[in-house]
Ligand binder design. Structure first.
Ligand code: F3S
Length: 394
């Protein structure tokens, strides 16, 4: 792989052991993947923040790394297991300490602690054409498909490598010809809810695997695209999709030669998903916000629960970022939602919290991503937001 003089010096250890270690990682991977060279990144988003995803080995590795490493490009960070500002009493002190030391390690290296899977609602919203290195599959697919940035689906380690070296590999979806659509999807129905967008993404991912689908007649706003992309990236390795009205106006959009697939609404309502479809009468918890809710979603939820109160036997939780929470509070949305009995949690990912700490066994959500991962430990029901409000608010 071609390296510039500066990159060679980084590889030789002139910029310290941490830069050298991560340059070795990138160069080794680049050789395996056939990358021609490295390119500078303008934005990085790192995952692997929650103690429930990185474990003890992650705590040790990050604490050690933070002794010597500084980020060349300050990354935004994925959610933790809980907000460092609001430590839950249900978690053992040892776990809390481990989570806090992960957050402190990222802070020490110079990260911007957004603690959200939707960095694009915060300070990290790259403009079209920018080369970025984003981990977190739902964020990477959004960066490519909605923002028009250029990223592969980075792992926690490769995103960390990019933040420390300021470089990423030129391969995969950073190369124009690999961004061409591979399949044309013709929908026989309108996608109106987050639930439908999520199920559609999950279904297409299951059917096509790694692909670049073009949803020929899908007209959807950013929040629906966020739901669709998160689910698509859950059931497949897909990290880019096109839709009608996409900002990705490239010569790649030649669709006449693509394999066509027609999808009806009944196709996506399959019975072989690892979760159930429909509202459970009495789940322990309703969780909305995987990926984290936008301000627009909070506004809509506030409007639909106006004058209503959540059932006392069901805990209704919304997850969002601190930044969106602050904006929602300024608009008076937070106080209204709280009055309706909705709990709002920030900085955290509810999906991987073990049931013994979540205080729940049965969950209802409208996110296929949450439903898929949580179904390994919980009984999960997937329903649309309107039905959730109708069933759990009086
Ligand atoms: Fe975000 Fe966790 Fe879902 S990181 S996308 S809330 S699985």
């Amino acid at each position: 792989m071609f390296l510039t003089r500066e990159e060679e010096r980084m590889l030789d250890g002139e910029k310290g052991p941490a830069v050298q270690k991560f340059m070795k990682l990138l160069v080794g991977l680049g050789d395996i993947l056939g990358a021609e060279r490295l390119i500078p990144v303008s934005s990085v988003h790192v995952s692997g923040i929650s103690i429930f995803t990185v474990g003890d080995a992650g705590v040790e590795f990050l604490s050690h790394l933070s002794e010597t490493a500084k980020f060349a490009v300050a990354p935004t960070t994925n959610p933790a297991a809980f907000s460092p500002e609001k430590v839950p009493g249900s978690m053992p002190r040892a776990l809390v300490e481990k989570q806090l030391s992960i957050v402190r390690a990222f802070e020490k290296m110079g990260a911007t602690l957004t603690l959200t899977c939707t960095p694009y609602y915060t300070v990290n919203r790259p403009s079209p054409g920018k080369i970025v290195a984003w981990a977190e599959s739902s964020a990477a697919i959004y960066a490519n498909s909605v923002l028009g940035a250029y990223t592969n689906r980075e792992s926690s380690l490769t995103a960390l490598a990019s933040a420390i070296t300021g470089r990423t590999l030129l391969y995969g979806l950073r190369i124009e010809e690999n961004r061409r659509p591979t399949h044309l999807i013709r929908l026989g129905f309108k996608v109106r809810s987050y639930f439908a967008a999520s199920l559609l993404g999950f279904y297409v991912g299951m059917k096509l695997g790694e692909s670049v689908p073009y949803f020929e007649n899908l007209i959807a706003h950013d929040d629906l695209l966020k739901s669709l992309g998160a689910a698509l990236a859950t059931s497949s390795a897909c990290t880019l999709f096109y839709h009608k009205g996409s900002i990705l106006k490239t010569k790649a959009l030649k669709t006449s030669t693509l394999e066509k697939i027609c999808i009806e609404e009944r196709d996506i309502m399959r019975e072989d998903y690892p979760f159930s479809i429909g509202v459970h009468d009495s789940p322990d918890k309703v969780i909305l916000g995987c990926p984290h809710l936008s301000l627009r979603e909070l506004r809509k939820l506030c409007a639909s629960t106006k004058g209503k109160k959540a059932r006392s036997d069901v805990e209704v939780v919304c997850c969002t970022s601190s930044q969106v929470y602050k904006e929602a509070r300024r608009e008076g949305i937070v106080s209204k939602l709280l009055k309706s009995g909705v709990k709002i949690e920030v900085d955290c990912c509810p999906t991987f919290i073990p049931p013994e700490y979540a205080g729940a066994r049965t969950i209802c959500t409208d996110s296929c991503k949450l439903a898929y991962y949580a179904s390994k430990k919980y009984e999960v029901y997937l329903a649309d937001r309107a039905s959730i409000v109708k069933s759990f608010f009086r």
